[in-house]
Every structure is written in structure tokens, then in C-alpha cells.
Design a protein around this ligand. Structure first.
Ligand code: NAP
Length: 286
């Protein structure tokens, strides 16, 4: 079987104009661009790379991104910074880039983000709203998986979905979003026994583990759809959690890494910034 490529980059390319229009609509009435503060509480190169990528995309769409670096990060200074940005009328969205420095309490800092500015749905409050079925911002990576499936017309309702990974950033919120769309959902983790037997049951497999090429073709039911959230650097190259070639030989569709979930994640965060800006200013049409 030759699998269809779930090309997130192409989808993002098509949706960019919609996001740019939202940003422009806000700018036209507010006299300034929507503004996202990206907080960097680490010297980690990966976090800086993610932030720089967001800045590049944002610039082209008319969303302003401010990098807020915290020197010698400590939980107290991070929380203080987030609270200051939360109170700043000129800031519409706040995102704490991960990973943060060792020993920093990320949860405390995320919980300091006001719900109206929590554009990556990271706080306990935002997650609670998602898990209790209320509207609000949801983690962008999880939302990007759903956007990718929808963008390619993959049926979700009534299908068996397996999510591998149970982090609060990806696995758990994704499980919840799939459940809200009427999939029958299993969430797996490092203690799951015979993972292959579970993934082979799935119509849709979503990988969010952080282990290069972990899911192989023999773990996939013929005709299943595989969405790969994983981003792992191997020999200087970005690879996913799925072994693309062996999976593509069995699956009906598979998302590549890079070029799958990632570009949509960035776009959804920026769309949320434009939306947060308009909501905070009481603008309708959202
Ligand atoms: P994480 O917090 O490290 O969580 C990894 C999850 O995988 C955990 O739930 C862990 O189980 C599970 N796991 C580890 N080894 C396993 C195994 N052998 N079998 C089954 N499950 C196993 O990672 P994350 O933040 O969710 O990120 C996951 C991946 O997505 C990473 O590669 C990350 O870089 C990528 N990511 C991509 C984007 C994007 O926009 N494309 C955004 C965010 C993250 P336990 O809970 O039992 O430890």
C-alpha cells in the first residue's frame, strides 16, 4: 500500500491567509498588531529554535512576537514575569517555551497565565475547561493533530484512536479532543504492555512519545492513519516517532516529520493570539 502523505506544511500554507486576515482585522481597529510574549526560561538551544521559528512565521502574518528571556531562571522570577505580562494591556498572548531550566516549576508559571491570554492552553484552568467540555484555548499541538486529520477528511467519529504518550502538553489533551469528536480512545504510555497489540487495533494512531522511529510498520493495522507528533534530532536531522517508510508501506495515510504537525501547531498558536486580541477588545466575528 502506498500511503497518502498528510502534509501539514501545505495545509498551513492554505490557512495562513485566514490567520493574517484575523490579525489585520484586529490591527485595523486597535492600531497595533496582536502581540505574543514568548517566555524563554532556559539556555536550551531547542527552546530558542522553536521561539525563532514562531517569530519568523508571525512576522509574515502580522503578529508581533516579543522574546522575553529570563536570566538565571528561578521559579519566582518566572512567575513574576508571567504575572507582569498578564497585567500588561499590550500583550494578548503568553507562551512559555519548553523545556525550561532544570528545577523551575513550569506548572506554577503556566498557572500564572490568565485564561484570556493562555494561547497554548497550558494552565490548569485551560486544561480543566478542555476536560470538562467547556470552550477555551486548547494545547496547540493537540489541536494541530485534529486540524491535520480534518484537513485531509479523515473520519474521527466512531473510529478507534490510539494515542501513544500521556503528557499534559500533547497526549492527554489529544485523547480528550478525539473523545470529544466521538472516537473510542486509548491512551498508552511507558507502562503499556504489548504496545504493538494495542496500536494494531487502531484506525488512527497518534504518536507523541519522543523516541525516534519507535512505531514501525508491524505495529500498524493495514489501512490505518498515523499522525506523528514526535520531533527527535538524530545525526542533526529531525525525525519523528514513526519509522516513516515501514509505516507508509502499511498505513493508508501518514504525516511526515518535519512538515506534518509542526507547521500547523505554530499557525494555531498565532491564530489564537489574533483571536485572544480580538476577544479582549470585545471584537465579534470569531
Ligand atoms: P513527554 O512529556 O516526554 O512524554 C512522552 C510520553 O511518551 C510519556 O507519556 C511517556 O510515558 C511516553 N513513553 C515514553 N516511552 C514510551 C514507550 N516505550 N512506550 C510507550 N510510551 C512511552 O513528551 P511530550 O512533551 O508529550 O512530547 C512528545 C513528542 O512530541 C516529543 O518528540 C516532542 O518533541 C514532540 N512535540 C512536538 C510538538 C510539535 O509541534 N510538533 C509539540 C510538542 C511536542 P510515561 O508517561 O509513562 O512516562
Amino acid at each position: 500500500m502506498s500511503a497518502r502523505r498528510l502534509d501539514g506544511r501545505a495545509l498551513a500554507e492554505r490557512w495562513r491567509d485566514d490567520v493574517a486576515r484575523e490579525a489585520q482585522a484586529f490591527a485595523a481597529s486597535a492600531g497595533r498588531e496582536p502581540r505574543l510574549a514568548v517566555v524563554l526560561a532556559t539556555d536550551d538551544d531547542a527552546a530558542s529554535t522553536y521561539a525563532a521559528a514562531k517569530m519568523r512565521t508571525a512576522q509574515a502574518l502580522g503578529v508581533q512576537v516579543d522574546l522575553v528571556r529570563i536570566a538565571g531562571p528561578k521559579t519566582a522570577s518566572l512567575v513574576e514575569t508571567v504575572e507582569r505580562l498578564g497585567a500588561d494591556e499590550g500583550v494578548d498572548g503568553i507562551l512559555i517555551e519548553t523545556p525550561v531550566a532544570l528545577g523551575v516549576d513550569l506548572r506554577a508559571a503556566q498557572d500564572a497565565i490568565p485564561a484570556a491570554k493562555d494561547v497554548d492552553g497550558a494552565s490548569t484552568q485551560s486544561l480543566g475547561r478542555l476536560f470538562s467540555g467547556q470552550t477555551g484555548f486548547v494545547p496547540a499541538t493537540a489541536a494541530a493533530v485534529i486540524a491535520l486529520l480534518d484537513g485531509y477528511g479523515v473520519e474521527i467519529a466512531g473510529r478507534r484512536a490510539v494515542v501513544v504518550g500521556r503528557s499534559l502538553v500533547v497526549g492527554r489533551p489529544l485523547g480528550q479532543l478525539l473523545l470529544a469528536r466521538d472516537a473510542t480512545v486509548t491512551v498508552c504510555h511507558s507502562r503499556t504492555g504489548d504496545l504493538g497489540a494495542v496500536t494494531r487495533e487502531a484506525d488512527v494512531v497518534c504518536m507523541a512519545v519522543g523516541r525516534p522511529r519507535f512505531l514501525t510498520g508491524s505495529m500498524v493495522r493495514p489501512g490505518a492513519v498515523v499522525v506523528d507528533v514526535g520531533t527527535n534530532v538524530v545525526g542533526g536531522k529531525l525525525v519523528g516517532d514513526a519509522d516513516f517508510d515501514s509505516v507508509a508501506a502499511v498505513a493508508s495515510a501518514v504525516s511526515p516529520v518535519p512538515g506534518g504537525v509542526g507547521p500547523l501547531t505554530t499557525l494555531l498558536v498565532l491564530e489564537n493570539v489574533a483571536r485572544a486580541a480580538r476577544q479582549r477588545c470585545g471584537q465579534a466575528g470569531l
